[in-house]
Design a protein around this ligand. Structure first.
Ligand SMILES: CSC[C@H]1O[C@H](OP(=O)(O)O)[C@H](O)[C@@H]1O
Ligand SMILES: Nc1ncnc2[nH]cnc12
Length: 310
């Protein structure tokens, strides 16, 4: 096997090659280190422009593709993210699983700033975003009962143990529209609903990853107590920057341990992430919009008989 440092990126995926890991970096994570043979690539998508170029490279023997969610320089607010282009562009690079890294607020006393939470559920309160690749002329309803991949999540937990970063296993992430932070009444409402953390980005990202038949896991990194905590000031961007940067440093260390762990394992996910569309499409082939089907070549290529996931 060629030494990782001498490798050139290739989008060809001969049978038996390892999975390709997609990393979506949130606030504070606009680049990652430790990637060898890396280069920024302008990616195109029929769904429009992704947030930024993709950083392609290897960590150890494992291919990885990094995308800064808000773009370098944090130019794009949550509601204006082109989540469809982001997910589609990652899939076109051969990505099979996505690790989402996100800043979040805490809705629980025992999840103070600095805590890392492996999210296992979401409540989607967003309302101003394109939420599906499918639509008129090609209708699909994927299951979101279990919105994250437990196989990928187990590797994140193991990587955390390896590098001494504690990770709380499980938590419900309330996704708000933003960009303003919550009112006190909203924050208390979400606490009453049993939500654990709050952010503005993981939906519809997780829904679109599921539609694209990609494993998706989300590591939410607490920066603040939002505005509900009687002993803490309400969140402001200024006040969360230091924790955000500390969290990002630890996330980079975690990524370096995580990605090589994924090398060489079976691409196919036992949870069924890679076959999510098998039971989801209701529009029969003869009734499908040719234009929409063409745009879905990467996302739904597998079920349309094109090249796709195993
Ligand atoms: C800088 S705080 C608000 C901002 O941070 C989170 O984004 P991301 O998930 O990309 O880290 C949050 O959802 C807001 O978009
Ligand atoms: N309190 C909060 N609410 C929404 N998104 C956040 N991102 C970081 N902290 C947040």
């Amino acid at each position: 096997m060629a030494h990782a440092a001498s490798r050139q990126w290739s989008t060809d995926q001969p049978p038996g090659t390892p999975p390709v890991v997609g990393l979506i970096g949130g606030s504070g994570l606009y680049a990652i280190d430790g990637l060898t043979g890396s280069a920024w690539l302008r990616a195109s998508s029929p769904w429009g422009e992704p947030s930024d170029e993709l950083l392609l490279g290897y960590i150890g023997d494992q291919k990885a593709v990094f995308l800064p969610r808000h773009g370098r320089g944090h130019r794009i607010p949550p509601s204006d993210l082109n989540n469809r282009a982001n997910i589609d562009a990652l899939k076109r690079q051969g990505v099979t699983e996505i690790v989402s890294l996100s800043a979040c607020g805490s809705l629980r006393e025992d999840l103070p700033p600095g805590t890392f939470v492996l999210v296992d559920q979401f409540i989607d309160r967003t309302f101003a975003r394109a939420k599906s690749f499918f639509g008129e002329g090609f209708v699909a309803h994927v299951s979101m009962a279990h919105p994250v991949c437990s196989r990928l999540g187990a590797e994140i937990l193991a990587a955390g143990e390896e590098v001494g970063i504690p990770i709380v296993n499980g938590g419900t992430y309330l996704v708000m529209e933003g960009p303003q932070f919550s009112t006190l009444a909203e924050s208390n409402l979400y606490r009453g609903w049993g939500c654990d953390v709050i952010g503005m980005t993981n939906m519809p990202e997780a829904k679109l990853a599921r539609e694209a038949e990609l494993c998706y896991a989300s590591l939410a990194m607490v920066t603040d107590f939002d505005c509900w905590h009687p002993d803490h000031d309400h969140v402001t961007v200024d006040s969360l920057i230091k924790v955000l940067n500390d969290n990002a440093d630890r996330a980079r260390a975690l990524i370096k341990a995580l990605v090589p762990r994924l090398a060489g394992r079976n691409v196919a996910c036992h949870q069924g992430c890679h076959t999510a569309l098998a039971t989801a499409v209701i529009t029969p082939p003869h009734a499908r919009s040719p234009d929409l089907a063409a745009k879905l070549d990467a996302v739904a290529g597998r079920i349309m008989g094109n090249v796709g996931n195993p």
